[in-house]
Ligand binder design. Structure first.
Ligand SMILES: [Zn+2]
Length: 184
């Protein structure tokens, strides 16, 4: 259900929708943006079984990770690698973000860069964030999908580090780890 605390960062919603089903509201708003787009919604937790089930039901070309915890990002990365699906993963905290695009057979994956979810702080829930940060990183994820589909330069083998306090965007070049799940 949509809570007032969601409104500072989730631009699909407004005050009149508080208490409504988030998935239903999101589909309604997006359908009004472009009625030609087919939107499939699934009300479920993201875990290995649920994602495998939905991947079997429909053919997808690209995964865009919008999760709010490390455990899910590692799972999404592994599913992208296992199914050879292009994927973009972004993480945010406070005024900071990072984003990487993955082409599993060719380029470094999320796990090549971050070997395992951090032990501390405990992965108990969403990280605190100022509302603008997910807006910027989410838009960059959409840009990565468009550029990848068009064959334009993207964030494969790179991590973009976003610092919105100092307004710095730094790109770190990365290489595929030969011992990583994406190389086996
Ligand atoms: Zn890897």
């Amino acid at each position: 259900m949509l809570d007032i605390s969601n409104l500072q960062r989730q631009i699909l919603y407004n005050e009149t929708q508080i208490g409504e089903d988030k998935i239903k509201s999101a589909k309604e708003v997006l359908s009004k943006l472009n009625s030609d787009v087919q939107i499939n919604t699934y009300k479920d937790y993201v875990d290995e079984n649920s994602v495998k089930k939905y991947l079997r039901e429909t053919k997808y070309d690209f995964i865009v990770d919008c999760s709010d915890n490390f455990k899910t990002k590692f799972l999404v990365n592994r599913i992208a690698v296992d199914n050879n699906l292009r994927c973009v993963i972004a993480g945010i905290k406070d005024f900071y973000g990072q984003i990487i695009t993955i082409n599993p057979k060719e380029t470094a994956c999320y796990q090549c860069v971050f070997s395992s979810p951090p032990e501390s702080p405990p992965d108990e829930g969403p990280l605190p964030v100022i509302g603008v940060t997910p807006g910027i990183l989410g838009t960059l994820e959409a840009l990565e999908v468009i550029k990848t589909v068009l064959g334009l330069p993207n964030l494969e083998n790179k991590v973009l580090m976003v610092n919105l306090i100092d307004l710095r965007f730094n790109i770190i070049e990365i290489v595929k780890n030969e011992n990583c799940i994406c190389s086996i």
